[in-house]
Design a protein around this ligand. Structure first.
Ligand code: SAH
Length: 458
């Protein structure tokens, strides 16, 4: 191939099909961590914790089945991986547990092979291994169990009962009884030991044990996500496993060294307000810039974010030429200079009260003002602009919204909550109206303690 063709040929990206492990974020392999750090795009599933992927800078695409998001079929996921890879990007396809244990990794690599896209597979700790370690139920054990099989409980017509000492069933959310009936029908004794491990390796791990007969007569039929383990190795199970003895501490808004020792499970809970923008409003403004005669930047960061969206909507400084540009902030003026803009008016004023005088002095009236802001809009400033006879449209380009993940943590499993700041206490209060008395509350400092008393009365 001639040299110039090599240069222009689009470079194909690379795909890592990686396992995220069963839940505890520390069970991710170092290799998966490394490729996640360098990934341009991360496509992740239901069983992968969003907190885990949040740590990495790449674009995150959720491909699971949450109610509020688009439901991806496997074909669509395959196409999505290919689409990003063909654009030359490094893609990590991150799956719960191990990609090759009921993970459909096999289907994904055959699509990659068809498209000639390079890939690697990074194994993960499968749920059965996580559950076994965190419940102290060995999957094999001398004299008790010398063979183990991993099976699926879904679909029901595919349930198999292999002749191994231990059987682990995946995907039994609603088919526990079907599986147990099949196991009994295969002739296993009613006294065979059974365990269901729900949320293995997570802070809310729960283990239910009994015999085959007992489980078959229990009413409860749905456990999710859960594994069903069958075999006499379960006799090893003790209620006080090493994992159940650890104190589960919710780290609301930040980490603290005081929970560094082995006695704790630290559960990150960002509790921060997430930064967003009303993207619909931003889009409408970017498409209707002609409707405005003045851009008024509230502060430096409003300049930064305004331009980010301007460029994202395929526009540049030339589209702002008909508008006059104004700011009350020197720092914003300096930021504007980095985009090659000298503001028409830099209304430097030491107090907002002085702004109306400056507006009058500069003759700023009857303007259609677009006012990009970050954080909270300065109502006093908007008021003064309006009083001077201008029409003002505030546009939040980076605003704080309370975390949406309402009450996603089940406090029934929590022993202690550490609050990193007063703001975290307030955000937590917005999500949970009360905290059970038995949970210890630990503030980071005096101000946080005061807010805790105000919000929770203790
Ligand atoms: N590739 C995954 C399995 C995906 S199939 C792995 O290797 O673990 C999905 C099933 O895995 C669930 O229905 C459940 O049976 C099991 N599973 C995944 N994570 C689990 C967890 N933390 N606790 C219990 N079961 C889990």
């Amino acid at each position: 191939m001639p040299e110039n063709q090599t240069e222009t040929a689009p470079k194909k990206g690379y795909v890592y099909i990686a396992g995220a492990g069963p839940g505890d974020p520390e069970l991710l392999t170092m290799k998966a961590h490394r490729v996640l750090r360098d990934a341009d795009v991360i496509l992740y599933d239901d069983l992968v914790s969003p907190d885990l992927v949040e740590q990495y800078p790449g674009e995150k695409i959720y491909t699971g089945k949450r109610k509020d998001s688009h439901h991806f079929e496997q074909d669509e996921i395959n196409q999505e991986i290919v689409r990003h890879a063909l654009r030359g990007r490094t893609v990590v396809r991150l799956k719960g547990g191990d990609p090759f244990i009921f993970g459909r990794g096999g289907e994904e690599i055959s699509t990659l092979r068809q498209h000639g896209i390079g890939y690697e597979i990074i194994p993960g700790i499968t749920a059965a291994h996580g559950a076994s370690a965190y419940t102290e139920i060995p999957l094999t054990m001398r004299k008790v169990s010398s063979s183990v099989a991993f099976c699926t409980g879904h679909p029901v017509n595919k349930i198999q009962v292999p002749d191994t000492d231990t059987i682990v069933y995946y995907m039994v959310a609603s088919s526990v009884h079907d599986v147990l009936d099949m196991v009994a029908a295969k002739g296993r004794s009613g006294s065979t030991k059974v365990a269901v491990v729900q949320h293995a390796t997570r802070y809310n791990q729960q283990v239910f044990t009994g015999t085959l007969d007992e489980f078959r007569s229990r009413e409860r039929a749905v456990y999710s996500p859960a594994l069903l383990i069958i075999g006499d190795n379960i006799a090893q199970f003790i209620e006080s496993s090493w994992y159940s003895k650890k104190k589960k501490v919710l780290m609301a808004g930040g980490e603290s060294r005081r929970y560094g020792d082995a006695g704790y499970v630290r559960i990150p809970f960002p509790c921060r307000k997430s930064a967003t923008a009303d993207l619909e409003a931003v889009k409408a403004c970017m498409e209707g810039l002609d409707d405005y005669s003045m851009l008024f930047f509230q502060n430096k960061s409003s300049v930064k974010y305004f331009f980010k969206y301007l460029f994202e909507h395929g526009r540049d400084v030339r589209h702002l030429a008909p508008m006059s540009i104004c700011t009350p902030s020197q720092a914003a003026a300096a930021e504007l200079a980095t985009y090659g803009i000298i503001p028409d008016f830099c209304l430097e004023s030491h107090s907002w009260a002085g702004l109306s005088g400056l507006l009058c002095k500069e003759g700023i009236e009857n303007e259609q003002v677009l006012l990009p802001f970050t954080g909270n809009v300065d109502e006093a400033m908007v008021g003064e602009l309006r009083d001077a006879g201008n029409k003002v449209t505030p546009l939040g380009v980076f605003v704080h919204a309370p975390q949406q993940e309402e009450a996603s943590i089940d406090l029934a499993f929590i022993d202690e909550i550490y609050f990193a700041s007063p703001g975290c206490v307030r955000n937590f209060r917005a999500m949970y109206t009360s905290i059970p008395e038995r949970i210890i509350l630990t503030p980071a400092d005096d101000r946080t303690a005061e807010e805790m008393r105000k919000q929770f009365g203790r």
